[in-house]
Design a protein around this ligand. Structure first.
Ligand SMILES: *Cc1c(COP(=O)(O)O)cnc(C)c1O
Length: 365
């Protein structure tokens, strides 16, 4: 008897590994491996989540109507062009299922988010990468990599794990250079952390301008709600319609919808998080850059890339092991083609003090 065989491509997937959350025997664990909210979840969201407990026997609103209306109001968008998902990961997967199939190409940049190749292989499509320049998405390289088989292009802006972004002018140049039948997905998971960059937009005007660009957003980062899985996208009406047909009928859980609604009312919390991130990131980068031999790269997200020397015992792998032994968990990013670096999420000031001390102890040991 022969065993069932999965469809081509599926066994080529390297399963996504979330950031590690335990560190050996360390008494206190500081998890800086998954770009989670430094200051925890929005207190208003916690309250709404608790209140939702009495309603758990009810199915959620499959259309997420209240949430879409609130998002539309807050961001000045059309509610019927918003689709909610169990994290933006679900929307990324749905977009690929809808628009790419066996043999088609899914294009993204060299150090782009790993969900893109995972979802592409899941439908038998071929992930294709375009080289970056200075760890930044290159519009020219993406355009040069387009073939007749290209169906969908992903740009995380700012990107994870590099932390770099491209300007709205560059994004528009990319859109203008792509065939009209290619879907461009602007993954703006970190948009809320962008402060004062006047040449940046999250992508909604490109969605409005045509029939082929989608912007994805998440509650996992700025709202600190990664644990309850909530993301959304803004899409041209035809694409929103397609996603509405393909998604599971009740893809966003009831407590998630209620917590998400409450989080959208918590502007004070969001502002505090944005300020905390900007200040702590700038301080942490300066401190790391003052350590001889290390480079903390510029970042527009809630994380920073720290580059270590290549020498054995001094490299990123050794630093990771040492930090883990101190209970500090960074993220190894060899899977993103950056084995010489660790990605470190911005935690509380106290957590970053301990993280910094671990890095200093590593360098001076
Ligand atoms: C964290 C992240 C996401 C969002 O993930 P969720 O599924 O919404 O938790 C999407 N894209 C990028 C680039 C990310 O870093």
């Amino acid at each position: 008897m022969s065993a069932p065989t999965p469809r081509p491509g599926i066994l080529d997937i390297a399963p996504y590994k979330g950031g590690v959350s335990t560190a050996g025997g360390a008494t206190r664990v500081i998890k800086l491996s998954s770009n989670e909210g430094a200051l925890g979840p929005s207190p208003k969201a916690i309250e709404a989540l608790r209140k939702s407990a009495d309603k758990l026997h009810r199915y959620p609103d499959g259309g997420c109507e209240a949430l879409r209306n609130k998002l539309a109001e807050k961001y000045d968008l059309e509610a019927d062009q918003i689709v909610c998902g169990a994290g933006s990961d679900e929307l990324i997967t749905l977009l690929i299922r809808a628009y790419a199939g066996p043999g088609d190409e899914v294009l993204y940049s060299q150090h782009g988010f790993l969900m893109y190749p995972i979802a592409a292989k899941g439908v038998g499509a071929v992930p294709v990468t375009a080289a970056e320049t200075n760890m930044t998405t290159s519009v020219d390289a993406l355009l040069a990599a387009v073939t007749a088989k290209t169906k969908i292009v992903f740009v995380a802006n700012p990107n994870n794990p590099t932390g770099t972004y491209i300007t709205d002018g560059e994004m528009k140049r990319l859109r203008d250079g792509l065939r009209e039948d290619i879907v461009l997905v602007v993954d703006a998971a970190y948009a809320e952390f962008m402060t004062g960059q006047e040449d940046y937009t999250a992508g909604e005007e490109l969605v409005r301008a045509g029939k082929n660009t989608v912007m994805t957003r998440t509650f996992s980062k700025i709202y600190g709600l990664g644990g309850i899985r909530l993301g959304w996208c803004y899409a041209p009406i035809d694409i929103a319609d397609v996603l509405g047909r393909l998604r599971n009928p009740f893809n966003v859980a009831l407590p998630t919808q209620e917590a998400g609604l409450a989080a959208l009312d918590d502007d004070e919390f969001v502002n505090t998080c944005v300020r905390h991130n900007a200040e702590t990131l700038a301080w942490f980068r300066d401190e790391v850059n003052a350590i001889s031999g290390l480079i903390a790269h510029p970042s527009y997200g809630n994380f920073v890339l720290v580059e270590f020397p290549a020498a054995e015992g001094k490299n990123a792998d050794a630093a990771n092991d040492f930090m883990m032994s101190k209970g500090v968990i960074p993220r190894k990013i060899g899977g993103y083609g950056l084995p010489q670096m660790l990605r470190i999420s911005i935690g509380t000031k106290e957590e970053m003090d301990i993280c910094l001390q671990a890095i200093k102890d590593f360098v001076n040991r």
